[in-house]
Ligand binder design. Structure first.
Ligand code: PLP
Length: 370
């Protein structure tokens, strides 16, 4: 096996430099722990950028993938497979409104599907625009990037796709002002992740639902980060009495295997008629089995309740920290979606934790995200 230094040197020669990488090369993971080639162990508080919701190599997911990969790796959506059908059912059973699913391979692709669905749904009325929120993050492909209302991500790669209007997150009046006769949908993360773990103010999501109903718009939630049990409910929006027309999933959906998807009400999902959309690997049996195993694990091990307990434990610790440390200015938590707002840059904190064997994330410059 190569040493960490050898791998890092090779990667720096042969990979594009688009990622901020720390000089750590990982070879193995188990639960909350990962190891490098030299045997150094790290405690991982941000597994897989949010994909490792069950930790590293969760046994049931590993077993399901092993079994499936020896049986049938991939067939296109020309054919039916049992794992994909069962996954559609498993998600529908947990939405509270049924729903139909389309599967793809990442969060940004899920957003592309949602944008397309909004346009297909709005087309008869001449509606194609999507209202999104400041500090949102929806992905890096051009549609999802245009939906992402953060100028730093648009720098140098414009022009953006037409048809996106931005409103301040949390400001209902701003959302209303952004709607016009060509608006097809409102798209937002119910709890913003990359933007700094921002929770919606009281009445905000309910107000957006009412706004959408009044204007005949789709309400679309990006659940890529908040979904799949992280916040203590299957989907983040279920903390509020608001039903979306469409929501997206990815990251934790398949317990660490690449997978994305959208769930739509049957009525809206029906607009994605034959030929309007596709993904070659979308819903492949390996990813679908991994997702089913993820759902079973969350259910059988009571992990929705566990997420709430973990969140409360961190809240108690971090509020105590806030009382005695002026560098901590706010604590924002929903289950295991945990944000610690600092009054200073977070990068040195990430480095200090790394030096002590703890992997954490800093987002939006000043928010420690676990
Ligand atoms: N939507 C949200 C809320 C996200 O947090 C992310 C990624 O961080 C994405 C979409 C894009 O997902 P992916 O990186 O899988 O394309």
């Amino acid at each position: 096996r190569m040493t960490s230094a050898e791998v890092i040197d090779l990667a720096q020669q042969h990979l594009t430099p688009n990622y901020t990488r720390y000089p750590v090369c990982l070879v193995r993971g188990d639960g909350s722990w990962v190891w490098d080639a030299e045997g150094t162990r790290y405690l991982d508080f941000f597994p897989g950028w949010g994909c490792g919701i069950l930790g590293h190599c969760p046994p049931r997911v590993v077993e399901a993938v092993r079994e499936q990969i020896g049986q049938l790796i991939h067939v296109p959506n020309t054919w039916y497979t049992e794992p994909q059908a069962l996954l559609g059912q498993a998600l529908a059973d947990r939405t509270g409104f049924g729903g139909v699913s389309f599967f793809c391979n990442s969060g940004t692709e899920a957003i592309e599907a949602a944008i397309k669905l909004a346009r297909l749904n709005g087309k008869p009325k001449g509606r194609y625009k999507v209202v999104t929120m400041t500090d949102s993050f929806h992905g890096r492909t051009m549609g999802a990037l245009s939906a992402t209302a953060q100028p730093k991500y648009h720098a140098g790669v414009g022009p953006m796709l037409p048809g996106f209007t931005y409103a301040a997150y949390g400001d209902l009046a701003a959302a209303e002002a952004a709607v016009d006769s060509e608006t097809a949908a409102i798209l937002l993360e119910p709890i913003q992740g990359e933007g700094g773990i921002n929770l919606p103010p009281a009445g905000y999501l309910e107000g957006l639902r009412e706004l959408c109903d009044r204007h005949g718009l789709l309400l679309m939630f990006d659940e890529v980060q908040a979904g799949m049990g992280r916040t203590g409910k299957w989907f983040g929006h279920q903390h509020w009495a608001v039903r979306p027309d469409v929501f997206t999933l990815a990251k934790a959906l398949a317990g660490g295997i690449a997978m994305g998807g959208i769930v739509a009400t049957p009525e809206v999902g029906a607009k994605l008629v034959t030929g309007t959309h596709a993904a070659t690997f979308g819903g492949n049996p390996v990813a679908a089995r991994a997702a089913l195993a993820t759902i079973e694990t969350i259910e059988d091990e009571g992990l929705l309740d566990r997420a709430v307990q973990v969140g409360e434990r961190f809240r108690a610790h971090f509020l105590a920290l806030k009382d005695r440390c002026p560098l901590v200015s706010d604590v924002r938590i929903k289950g295991t979606m945990i944000g610690l707002q600092l009054a200073v840059e977070g990068a040195p904190v990430v480095q200090k934790c790394l030096d002590r064997g703890l992997l954490i994330n800093c987002t939006h410059q000043t928010v420690i995200r676990l």
